[in-house]
Design a protein. Structure first.
Length: 67
């Protein structure tokens, strides 16, 4: 069991309860899943975020504003 010691200030019982609730929730939190090792990093797949080239033609100026 870990002990929490208040070294400065005079917290109210409500403030202590809030602190304990946050610490307990943090301790009980499920760790984030590990990244998939088979997936390439975002740096390696930067081309996925680039836009497709513009195609000339009637009315294409409207399409140039859409992703």
């Amino acid at each position: 069991m870990t002990t929490i010691q208040i070294t400065k200030g005079n917290p109210t019982p409500e403030e202590l309860a809030a602190l304990i609730a946050v610490v307990a929730a943090r301790a009980a939190a499920v760790p984030a899943p590990a990244p998939d090792p088979d997936r390439a990093s975002n740096w390696a797949t930067y081309w996925r975020n680039t836009r497709t080239p513009f195609h000339p033609g009637p009315g294409q100026w409207r399409a140039s504003a859409y992703p």
